[in-house]
Design a protein around this ligand. Structure first.
Ligand code: ZN
Length: 340
C-alpha cells in the first residue's frame, strides 16, 4: 500500500505518525461479512473538476456506516495533525471525525458539522472519488451515455440549487474566511518561481521539486518544459465557476502550471466547450499536458493531476493524499468480495 508521509508544516520527517496506522485491519474488522461495495454506488459526479468514477455514498439504513468509516480513516491517516479523533457516535448513529477541534459527521457523504447534520439533504455529497492510476478512456461515454451527459450539462450551466458544504475543508485548512487564509499562506521558492501556498503543502512541494530536479538530469524535455513556463499560479480565494464551492486554490493547496503558449492544444474543458459541444471527446494528443515525469513527481507526493478529470484541467495539480489511500483500498476489494 502506498502511504504518504503525514502532513506536517514543521519538518521533512516522513516517519512520524506513519507507523501503527493500518487501514486494512480495522476495516476488515468493521465490515464483517458484508460486501465492501454494499455501501457504495458507482456514479458519475457531474461537478466541475470531479470526473468521478466512484462516488461514496452512505450505507442507508444499515447501522454500520462503512463508507464513512473508510473515508474518515483515510482522512485521519493523511491529515493526522488536523484530524485526531475518529469515532462512531451512537447518539448520531454516524461516523464522525474531529477536525481541528470541530466534529464533522459523515451525514450520508455530506461531511457536515453537528449544527448542519440534520439538514444533510440540502447538500450534495462531498464526492470522494476514485483517482485513476492511468489516463481514463477517451471517448469517455458510449452514445447513450454521451446523450445523458449532455443533458446533465444544462443544469450545470445554470447552476445547481444544492451544493457541497465548504465547512469541512475550511476546518481542515483552518480557513474560515479569506483574511484568515491570507494570514496563513506562505510564500516559498518553487522551481524558478515564488509561489503562495498553505503551510501543509510546503514539504510535499519541496519533495516534488527534488524529484523534478533529479529527473531533469536524465530528461532534457524537462529543462525545456521548465523554460516554457510563464508562471505557477497557486493561492487565490475563489469559488469554482457556477458553484458556491470554494476552489482548492482558495486554500493554497492547488497549483496551475502555466506555459507561455498552449501551442494550439486544448488546455481546459471550459475553454473548449464553446468551440466543441463534445469537448470531452478531444483525444489526449490534442490536449496540452506537462511531461509525464512532472505528473509522476506530483503524484508521488500525494498530489492529483487535473488532466485525468473528465472536466480536464491539465495545468492543475492539487494535494489530495487521501484519494491514494482510498484507491489502494478499492484496488484491494472488488465488487462482491467478502471482506472476511
Ligand atoms: Zn487550478
Amino acid at each position: 500500500m502506498k502511504q504518504f508521509p503525514p502532513v506536517s508544516n514543521r519538518n521533512d520527517s516522513n516517519s512520524a505518525n506513519k507507523s501503527g496506522h493500518s487501514i486494512t485491519a480495522p476495516l476488515t474488522a468493521t465490515f464483517g461479512h458484508r460486501s465492501f461495495y454494499a455501501g457504495f454506488y458507482p456514479a458519475l459526479l457531474f461537478l466541475l473538476g470531479l470526473s468521478t468514477l466512484l462516488l461514496f455514498s452512505a450505507a442507508g439504513e444499515n447501522n454500520k456506516v462503512e463508507p464513512g468509516y473508510i473515508v474518515f480513516r483515510a482522512l485521519s491517516q493523511t491529515y493526522p495533525q488536523q484530524i485526531n479523533k475518529l469515532s462512531f457516535r451512537s447518539r448520531l448513529n454516524d461516523w464522525s471525525i474531529q477536525v481541528n477541534g470541530t466534529w464533522f459527521n459523515w451525514a450520508h457523504g455530506r461531511i457536515l458539522p453537528d449544527a448542519l447534520t440534520q439538514q444533510y439533504e440540502e447538500y450534495l455529497s462531498f464526492g470522494f472519488y476514485h483517482y485513476p492510476e492511468d489516463l481514463p478512456p477517451v471517448p469517455p461515454f458510449d452514445a447513450e451515455g454521451e446523450k445523458e451527459f449532455l443533458a446533465q450539462m444544462k443544469p450545470h450551466r445554470q447552476g445547481l440549487t444544492t451544493q457541497e458544504s465548504n465547512a469541512f475543508r475550511q476546518a481542515l485548512y483552518q480557513a474560515p474566511d479569506k483574511p484568515a487564509m491570507d494570514e496563513q499562506i506562505q510564500e516559498i521558492p518553487f522551481l524558478e518561481f515564488r509561489i503562495k501556498v498553505h503551510p501543509m503543502v510546503i514539504w510535499p512541494l519541496k519533495r516534488v521539486e527534488r524529484h523534478l530536479l533529479d529527473a531533469q538530469q536524465q530528461d532534457p524535455e524537462l529543462s525545456r518544459f521548465f523554460r516554457s513556463l510563464r508562471n505557477i499560479s497557486t493561492y487565490s480565494w475563489r469559488k469554482i465557476q457556477y458553484f458556491e464551492k470554494l476552489s482548492n486554490h482558495s486554500f493554497g493547496t492547488a497549483l496551475d502550471l502555466l506555459p507561455q503558449s498552449w501551442h494550439g492544444k486544448a488546455a481546459y474543458w471550459n475553454w473548449e466547450r464553446d468551440r466543441q459541444e463534445d469537448w470531452f471527446n478531444i483525444p489526449y494528443k490534442e490536449r496540452w499536458s506537462p511531461p509525464q515525469s512532472v505528473i509522476d513527481a506530483f503524484e508521488s507526493e500525494g498530489f492529483i493531476w487535473g488532466g485525468k478529470w473528465l472536466y480536464f484541467d491539465p495545468m492543475h495539480f492539487e494535494y489530495r493524499p487521501e484519494l491514494y489511500l482510498l484507491r489502494d483500498f478499492l484496488a484491494k476489494y472488488k465488487p462482491g468480495d467478502e471482506t472476511d
